[in-house]
Design a binder for this molecule. Structure first.
Ligand SMILES: [Zn+2]
Ligand SMILES: [Zn+2]
Ligand SMILES: [Zn+2]
Length: 480
């Protein structure tokens, strides 16, 4: 009777307060848990209410709980989701179960999403016996409050104008990353970094991004409306934590969903234990092993050309993360430098190419395509000198591929030499048969030694008046 008796009353301290059910609205406390919002003076989210019931539910208490929920919800016009936090509900009787179902149905009729967290097995069994579990929905039951918040947060905040949501740190998020001058990928928004127009790198953030089916698709939709031109995405999994079968299934559904929207999708940097769970549950096969990459640059190298085909984004803000081939010529300071950057002419007979960046199984294909572009339309070319002093590391697969690349150049009538390789890189290449491919006399310790040997031979009978490898020759477009 308590609720009806006190409706619109102004009694401050009712002596019977202690015997009616305790009901508490929760919000996020600085210690990371959800706590009594009134007691700790915590701000409330405008769209999600977490209501904790601290008593058994039975025919005596359920009406009071109903009143309280309806009243709390009724005052909050922007509310979209209600989480009923039930870990302190020790029991529920049949009448209370039926009335609870009625309440849920009523709230849902008013377009509120209603989910439960922390219900004990006994209470769930009781709901089942009372025949109301199906209408409440097994999908609407979450183990923890954090999972429930993660599940409802994105949809509840779609199009929201809420500035700083008190629950946001529990929400699954996609953070767009971009190239930072320090040489790494960082939060584009926080650091004000330029984004590529065609390809996005999105890190999956938040404590429980795949706890529910809908959270990530809804986070993705929110991101995608702000970036309409992008049609290639790399999801970075480095922050993924706990991963079981349910999370694996939700990830598979999420990637499938994004692909159905017309995006090309790759996954990069998924932690080993998550990758193992995905493999064990058949998700890696379902999504395609070739969609998974060890690192973000590897994923970029595989997608970048496709994403930029037919577009003239110049320069692409992500380009510094790709392996590069730079053609070199003599610079006024006496060293060999990038011809494109310094407006230098290229020698007609010898291409001196510097290899930069990581060269591994996933980037070597990109590498060969760039090499092909650089050498195209140069009929007088006789020698290719690979200056490898900046090549940091190379894996066995890439080494074998590279030997194949050298062989194909040779078949086109080009002499291939390499210089300046670090010992360990050279060792990997030797094991892969590079000497057979280009001849052991074509491996030089330094670029200068290599040029000294091959330059005269390359220029035999040439009518090149000034060789950009011997003297500084500015390219005509710049000089003129
Ligand atoms: Zn909020
Ligand atoms: Zn780009
Ligand atoms: Zn020359």
């Amino acid at each position: 009777m308590y609720a009806a008796a006190h409706r619109e009353g102004d009694e401050e301290q009712c002596p019977y307060r202690g015997v009616v059910p305790r009901l508490v609205e929760l919000s996020l406390h600085p210690d990371g848990s959800l706590r009594d919002a009134v007691r700790y003076r915590l701000p409330l989210c405008r769209h999600v209410a977490a209501l904790r019931i601290d008593s058994p539910l039975n025919r005596a208490s359920i009406r009071y709980v109903e009143e309280w929920v309806v009243e709390t919800v009724g005052q909050r016009l922007e509310l979209r989701s209600v989480i009923v936090v039930g870990h302190r509900v020790t029991s529920i009787d049949t009448e209370a179960a039926a009335r609870l179902e009625g309440l849920v149905t009523e709230l849902r009729r008013h377009d509120l999403e209603v989910v439960f967290s922390g219900l004990t097995d006994d209470v769930v069994d009781e709901l089942d016996r009372a025949g109301v579990l199906e209408s409440i929905g097994r999908d609407a039951l979450f183990t923890t409050q954090a999972e429930a918040v993660a599940a409802v947060w994105p949809a509840a905040h779609e199009g929201s104008e809420e500035q700083a949501c008190p629950l946001e740190t529990l929400a699954p998020r996609l953070r767009e990353l971009a190239y930072h001058p320090e040489g790494t990928l960082r939060d584009a928004g926080v650091h004000g970094l330029k984004r590529c127009r065609h390809l996005a790198v999105l890190r999956i953030d938040g404590p429980l991004p795949f706890a529910s089916r809908g959270a990530m698709p809804s986070a993705f939709d929110r991101w995608a409306t702000a970036r309409p031109v992008v049609d290639h995405v790399i999801f970075v999994g480095s922050a993924l934590g706990q991963f079981e079968l349910r999370e694996s299934e939700h990830l598979r559904e999420f990637v499938t969903y994004v692909r159905e929207q017309g995006f090309r999708v790759a996954l990069a940097n998924v932690p080993d234990r998550v990758a193992e769970t995905l493999a064990r549950n058949g998700i890696v096969d379902a999504l395609g092993l070739d969609s998974f990459f060890a690192s973000e640059p590897a994923a970029l190298a595989s997608m970048w050309s496709h994403a930029h085909a037919g577009h003239d984004e110049d320069p692409c803000p992500l380009a510094p993360l790709l392996p590069r081939i730079t053609e070199l010529a003599l610079h006024p300071d006496g060293s060999f430098r990038d011809v494109a950057r310094y407006g230098l002419e290229r020698c007609r007979h010898v291409a001196v190419l510097r290899f930069d960046g990581p060269l591994d199984y996933s980037t070597v294909g990109f590498f060969e395509r760039r090499l092909g572009e650089l050498l195209e339309g140069r009929p007088e070319l006789r020698h290719v000198l690979i200056a490898g002093h900046t090549l940091g590391r190379i894996d066995a697969v890439a080494a074998e591929e590279l030997v194949g690349v050298f062989q194909r150049l040779r078949e086109r009538g080009l002499h291939v030499c390499i210089s300046g390789l670090k010992d360990d890189v050279l060792e990997v290449l030797r094991r892969s048969g590079v000497e057979d491919a280009i001849g052991s006399s074509c491996i030089f310790p330094t670029q200068a030694a290599a040029l000294e040997r091959l330059h005269p031979h390359a220029h035999e009978g040439s009518d090149e008046e000034r060789c950009p490898l011997r003297e500084v020759v500015e390219s005509e477009s710049v000089a003129g």
